[in-house]
Design a protein around this ligand. Sequence first.
Ligand code: MN
Length: 464
Amino acid sequence: MFAPDIYINRRNNLRKMSPSGVILLLGHDEAPLNYAGNTYRFRQDSNFLYFFGLSLPKLAGVIDIEEGTDCLYGDDIDVEDIIWNGDMLPMQQLAAKVGVSSVTSFENLKIKLQSEIRKGRKIHFAPPYRSDTKILLSDLLGLRIQNIESYVSKKLVHSIVQLRSEKEECELAEIENASNTGYEMHTAAMRLCKPGIPEHVIAEALEGIAASANGMTSFPVILSQNSEILHNHCHDNILQQGRLMLTDAGAETASGYASDFTRTVPVGGKFSSKQADIYNIVLAANNLAIKTAKPGITYFEVHIAAAKLIAEGLKNVGLMKGNIDDAVCNGAHAMFFPHGLGHMMGLDVHDMESLGENYVGYDDETVRSTQFGTAYLRLGRRLKKNFVLTVEPGIYFIPALIAKWENEKINRSFINFNKVHEYLDFGGIRLEDDIVITDSGCRLTGKKRIPITVEEVENEMQSL
Ligand SMILES: [Mn+2]
């Protein structure tokens, strides 16, 4: 949690951006796993966390625009709670930690909102993404669940995106912490990666490192020697000599800030020359993106620059052919690089995705592409100082995609399918770093860059 002023400023900034009405920010309730009393680890809603800071269940915050007041709705615990769960500060004292002086019980929330609705005032709320939140909103506002989406406040969504996109110093410090834990996770994965080890042993070790830093992972660990599957959460394989193990994992700090890194390493500790050739193309694309990202440039441009470098590299090894600008313009690179270069990161690993990806990553100026591959680019808009984002180019050989393109003769003038057949069991490579946009460029997050060159990775894999 940050100092009270941070939260007061954020709420005041939000108020200034909003014309009139009442802003409702609902916190999360506990989420049951297999019965009501056995719950998932509690994770607060990120918008609530950003404006009201408290990571406890069953809270709501109301920001009154015209009145200029903030109120927290939540209940003090009773003796039975104390017996089972221990004591907790009274709500009034908890609220003071985030600069709120007005506190009342949760059941008053509905009374307050209904009275504002009767006065004809607008209730601004963000898109709900949990079922229990939708049910609660439906009850509080008297809306049918099916109609809730159409009452979401676009104005609130835009204001939150504007505020949360430019990270404050205190947030950047938390992202540094998350990144340093990410370093520990990925170097551990490199050292643990040996033939004969089950993938889940390494994946769970990474969960443990994140938890031992008093946080958790920022999303379920992606780790597999079937590295061509972009989001592979299945960890059932036994690592085999000569395969490529891809690990996409990050930490979330106790305060909720994320890191998100990917490394791809050779099982057995040495890249073959065929693997190293492809690896170095992905590394060059990652480095080019980091060199190119700066305030004023669109991330779409950076994505296309990385795609061109990848296409050029693939042409050099005989997998692509023809004019590279034309190839990328036609989306031919996307058979190998079928996703976007990166996304915003902050309190969510895909920051603010619940508000709508296009509101976060695009604007009136930069519109999302509909072309296969580039359409998956989550962030395309012009970059600003203190944006935090990922840089994650990749090259994959996905047999089903290759077969489809070959059968349907897609981009055959730019792809040497005969040569591609030699790579059907290659897997894939992705290299992901996190960056902060600075005055004139960007910097990597974390104390040290996670080993990334062929030599650095091979050395780390041999260390104890
Ligand atoms: Mn990512």
